[in-house]
Design a protein around this ligand. Structure first.
Ligand code: HEC
Ligand code: HEC
Length: 416
């Protein structure tokens, strides 16, 4: 009985979302997993941070749910090992497990009538996974030098059966450094670089501090295309300091989210609603006007070093942001431009990375702006590309457009 009801609720949620925003397996897989019934576009378009509310930069901060957030055990139906962790970390951990083993959700979960029914225990893989979760948590807890770093990926590396036997022949080993060739520590030190130098070069490269400070509005129009080729139109309107409105349009309809400086909202074909704080955080962290322009303000700690990225010399800044997440920012050593930004979220089962690559920088009235942004992550929707056909800066935007719209129709749920 309970199973039936839950299946119906899942069905309802999924069918509703399917009607609205297109789909297939991938969408379904994320929406069915989402008990709060929030739109799949949370993961799709506002991808960055499903990771949630880890506000301290301590390794184990994630083990305590944030105030008034439910634990996974309280929020879900059939939880035996992940009970105590914050609900917001369940789906990131599921994505991390699937990515670590190179499988989809249905490797462990029953898939019935085009639905994932994740609370069922019919598949032996799910129970093996429970034992593996327990083992991984214990490893991180009991073996000190591991320092919480062991994840499913540490062993699995994208396959269900980790290699447990040494692969022969062994690779020929590199020659040992001899005292004569200045190996082992006596190498000429690479020239040092500081985070300030890297950031100053970046500011100069994109047009200078004055151009950034003069930025009042930006309007960007283009497409949002997921890795499986589905495309929607996207328009992002931003106004200083932190107002934003994002509109996604596909054949299935239009979905908007906005923030007017004090309140966040969502409008979709079902109606208008307030944006829960977690989605609001995501909206701002993905689309804030100055997100990639005023970097210094965002970090509590920064270190810089030189490295290579795809054969190019880069300067990398390692930073901790104010939400307690760690970031790595890669700047082209020659042009100074930001090439890549990687944000990591710590979960009890390891680190979940999210990556954005910035390409096709063009000059827009004195400011260099990337016209292509490629996303990558462990969930299907992070793997999407935003390509802009048009970017305008400092054009007037009606202030009212950032306010929550008045609902046009009732918000009745679509019937399955
Ligand atoms: C490697 C196996 C594995 C994969 C892959 C996996 N899961 Fe899970 N999932 C589990 C296990 C094990 C549990 C139960 C955890 C527990 O008992 O503490 C679970 C629980 C869940 C739950 C909670 C169900 C309830 O009890 O209400 C949801 C939702 C879920 N998974 C969604 C997903 C989604 C979505 C994916 C794909 C992104 C996925 N899972 C991939 C193993 C897996
Ligand atoms: C310390 C290494 C290690 C870690 C960490 C680890 N595993 Fe495993 N896992 C193994 C080994 C070894 C096997 C057995 C492989 C085989 O049977 O060929 C295995 C088997 C499995 C299997 C069964 C595969 C099959 O073919 O039946 C699943 C499912 C699994 N692991 C999931 C996970 C998940 C999920 C995590 C993270 C929560 C995880 N593992 C973490 C080493 C590890």
């Amino acid at each position: 009985m309970i199973k039936r009801i839950s299946a119906r609720i899942l069905l309802k949620a999924t069918v509703g979302l399917l009607l609205l925003f297109s789909v297939g397996l991938c969408l379904e897989r994320t929406t069915t997993a989402n008990s709060k019934g929030t739109s799949s576009l949370d993961q799709a378009s506002y991808n960055p941070r499903m990771g949630g509310k880890t506000h301290l930069f301590t390794r184990h901060a994630f083990q305590q749910p944030a105030q008034n957030e439910k634990t996974i055990g309280e929020a879900r139906k059939n939880i035996k090992v992940l009970n105590a962790f914050p609900e917001s970390q369940l789906i990131p951990m599921m994505n991390l497990m699937a990515a670590s083993l190179g499988v989809q959700c249905n490797y462990c979960h029953v898939f019935k009538d085009r639905q994932l029914v994740p609370e069922l225990d019919e598949k032996p893989e799910k129970n093996t996974a429970r034992e593996m979760i327990t083992m991984t948590l214990n490893l991180n807890k009991t073996v000190k030098p591991l320092n919480g770093e062991v994840s499913c990926f540490t062993c699995h590396k994208g396959r269900t059966s980790p290699l447990s036997v040494v692969v022969l022949p062994l690779p020929t080993s590199a020659p040992r450094p001899s005292p004569g060739n200045a190996g082992g520590g006596a190498q000429p030190a690479a020239p040092q670089i500081t985070a300030d130098q890297v950031l100053n070069k970046y500011i100069a490269a994109i047009g200078g501090q004055a151009a950034i400070d003069n930025l009042k509005t930006r309007i960007m129009k283009g497409t949002f295309t997921t890795a499986d080729g589905r495309s929607q139109n996207i328009e992002i309107d931003q106004a200083a300091p932190d107002r934003v409105r994002v509109v996604f349009t596909s054949q299935q309809g239009t979905m908007e989210r906005g923030f007017n400086g004090s309140a966040g909202w969502e409008k979709n074909p079902r109606g208008v609603s307030d944006l829960p704080s977690q989605q609001l955080e995501q909206l701002q962290s993905a689309f804030a006007l100055f997100r990639d322009l005023k970097l210094k303000d965002q970090f509590t700690r920064m270190n810089a070093r030189k490295d290579k990225l795809n054969g190019k010399d880069v300067n990398v800044i390692l930073a901790a942001n104010r939400n307690g997440k760690r970031e790595r920012l890669y700047f082209d050593a020659e042009t100074g431009l930001l090439l890549r930004r990687v944000t990591t979220t710590q979960t009890p089962l390891g680190i979940v990375p999210e990556q954005l690559d910035y390409e096709d920088y063009r000059d827009v009235d004195g400011l260099k702006i990337p016209f292509t942004i490629k996303g990558a992550g462990v969930d299907a929707f992070s793997n999407a590309t935003r390509t802009f056909a048009e970017i305008k800066i400092n054009a007037p935007i009606d202030d009212a457009s950032f306010n929550k719209p008045v609902a046009a129709s009732s918000t009745t749920e679509p019937k399955p």
